[in-house]
Design a protein around this ligand. Sequence first.
Ligand SMILES: Nc1ncnc2c1ncn2[C@@H]1O[C@H](COP(=O)(O)OP(=O)(O)OP(=O)(O)O)[C@@H](O)[C@H]1O
Ligand SMILES: [Mg+2]
Length: 168
Amino acid sequence: MTEDRWKFVSHSPEETERLGRILGSLLRPGDVVALEGDLGAGKTVIARGIARGLGIQKPITSPTFTLINEYPLDGAFFYHVDCYRLGQHRDAGLEALGIGLADLPDESGIVVLEWAGRVANLLPSEHLWVELHHMHMKESFRDILAEGRGKRGGELLRTWRAKAEVKS
Ligand SMILES: Nc1ncnc2c1ncn2[C@@H]1O[C@H](COP(=O)(O)OP(=O)(O)OP(=O)(O)O)[C@@H](O)[C@H]1O
Ligand SMILES: [Mg+2]
């Protein structure tokens, strides 16, 4: 495994949220976090942690039906996107364009996408990719694989890992 990949196990929703909080504290406008994983894997849980790490106190609900939830930050926005309903077909990218996804990210936005694999062709080359997987026989364990893509993605991965591995 290269230094641009990090694999770890979360043992509880609280641990996943904590990881998100640490990541959120590192993000700045222009950053993109792509979340992938099965139904109920914990994408929204980690997204909630990211929002908390950004200082957002509002309830974080899944944007399954709204597609995008927008939260104001100081001089920027946090966009929480759910690509589930964009489907898996070839023209998913076109549908995404239709909802304005192609305009994200911009310099004032921090973007977290659930089911990011469905808009893989629209992701900027620099992003942090995070996969969450259920583990057999372990109800509350999740295998999490993070990959830093591009310069900024790699930088985020290294600082996130360093902070998360400090025992708290
Ligand atoms: N280690 C864990 N990390 C995250 N969530 C966990 C963990 N263990 C159990 N859970 C539970 O799994 C569920 C994860 O739900 P969540 O909505 O975050 O999943 P999701 O990946 O966003 O699903 P969807 O594809 O429907 O959007 C929650 O009920 C949470 O309490
Ligand atoms: Mg979700």
